[in-house]
Design a protein around this ligand. Sequence first.
Ligand code: ADP
Ligand code: SF4
Length: 692
Amino acid sequence: MTTSPYDILFEPVKIGPKTTRNRFYQVPHCTGMGHRYPQAEAAHRGVKAEGGWGVVSTQETEIHPSSDLTPANEGRLWDDGDIPALQLMAEAVQAHGSLAAIQLAHNGHHATGRYSRQPTLAPSSTPSDWGDPWQARGMDKADIKAFRGWHVDAAKRAKRAGFDIIYVYAGHDMTLLMHFLLARHNRRSDEYGGSFENRLRLFREVLADTRDAVGDSCAIAVRLAVDELMGEAGLRHEVEGRDIIEALAEEPDLWDVNISDWSNDSQTSRFAKEGYQEPYTAFVKSVTTKPVVGVGRYTSPDTMVRLVKSGHLDLIGAARPSIADPFLPNKIREGRLEEIRECIGCNICVSGDNLMMPMRCTQNPTVGEEWRRGWHPEVITGDKIASERFLIVGGGPAGMEAARGLVQAGHEVVLAEASDAWGGRVAIESALPGLAEWGRVRDWRLWQLQQKDAADLYLQSRLSSSDILEYGIGQVVLATGASWRMDGVGRTHRLPVAAFGALPVLSPESAMQGGLEQDDGTGPIVIYDDDGFYLGSVLAELAVQTGREVVFVTPEAVVAPWTENTLEQTRIQARLIQLGVTIIPLHEVAEGDGSTLELACVYSDARRQIPCATLVPLTSRVPNDALWSNLKEHEADWDAAGVTAVTRIGDCYCPSTIAAAVHAGHEFARTVTGAQIDPPRRGERVDLSPER
Ligand code: ADP
Ligand code: SF4
């Protein structure tokens, strides 16, 4: 029998009365599919089990109407009627020999009650987390007793739904059990508040209740935040984090440990590298004999082996790496390491939960489509049409993914890229401060394509419409991207603004590719961000490297507001402040004259003038569709040239995220007819038929 350095990752681990077949553990994570799309949810989790994750968990699952998180779309186990949907998920996971885990949650004052209209609950009367004009009710003893009963009921229902592992959840500053632990939330003077032992009481009781209720046949896991990165104002791993685990060390069957809040737990690659939680969770195994699982965006098998061998973790926890590559464990087991599709740490997946929509992933376009469209992350069958040749113009994420998928489906492709590098915007943006890991979008696809004879790859090949017609390849795919506008048109100004023509404007594309260093302006660089996502702030960071003064102007109230959805906004704004960038929020460009920029307050129109030696405007993008227009003009010649169809995909069809470009490329590879003529999608409709 051959041995591999990674064999240790495939050892079974006993978790209470259950045994997981290996050390790969998909910790609970939201999907945006939750209780509203149970079939999509089940299919998504089932694919992870198929890909080799030994344990696959639900997302947080509300145990009672007073924990209603509407409009967020999490799991729900309010009563027996919720059992079948969760059973579907457990069965999908167990069908592949994996253990199914469920994260029971009462969200305390983090719940909303917006659907249930039940008062939310807290250790002490306190405002809602969401800015709603209602408070969470400070719990009396009867409430505490009722809560314990709800948790027991939910645990019994979870067992009936077939789950192997049942969580008691005290993490992320978003659960009642953590709220009781934290002195800033728990201001009680009875035996549930005050001293550490009193604040721990409810957690201890619920853990014991859960064991009494289901511990004979289900493993009991605890998910606990051991640090909040708040210093003395919060939980610290060396102090109370450690005390909690010492106090309950042998009580659960498994410790699932992380840092809180969610923005600390799920940091992006811009702010944290693989293993960023290790300094906080390393101590846990020294105070318990129970298995420990932890996370840190682990995609490297060598790192995983180190974590196990060094006695840091027993189980390699993952949310995002399991989303980006549901087959990561199987690929390691089969020695197919180059095929691992590594998470890039962009948190587009997280935006799904925050925007209450089914999750999507930049690296894995099949996420959220497993049930709805029957997409498998590892399989594309070319049964839609017979094998054909495709000419793909543009080697960005859309073009590369289309090429990769078409080859996988059994077609031949010619991929032509104008520049001397693969990756399109990914090649450019991954060279910017903090975004290096984004290059994995290009690297994974390029490696796949380079393995295949059916893919002819050409750099430095800018194609014109006549080149394309001369090629005479039947199926032409345009993936030529989009360009940032220079005329100010964006969300704030829907028409061009004269000021942009009267100022020394540097395009974002130039700024990203050395233009800022070469710029001979001597005054401030002004980044005008009407886009609101990450790029404006990244360009501000780049501009700081020139040593010139940098001013960030935005019509928004904060820097990069959309990055709230990727959990980065606070970090981004803090970083710009630390770098000395002057931030001018709530202002739009009004006038420009040489080196003076006049700004207008978005509320009052009050004007102020600032010096501006170089203006970098991020407003909106226009599709690069000149090639498309040219080809359309010559449509009469297509037939004679042998061209049967021309399809635009990605940013040249509609500017969007990198995730959307990858999805568009993938969609084309599967459907060939392209995004425009899509087959009907499966929906999870409510059955309103009279006989229901
Ligand atoms: P998307 O996100 O839709 O993939 P990108 O802007 O990232 O779009 O990539 C588009 C790629 O297309 C760029 O690398 C660009 O150099 C390339 N491109 C644009 N026009 C042509 C052309 N006429 N011939 C070949 N490549 C082109
Ligand atoms: Fe990773 Fe980004 Fe995919 Fe999330 S969306 S799993 S962060 S690659």
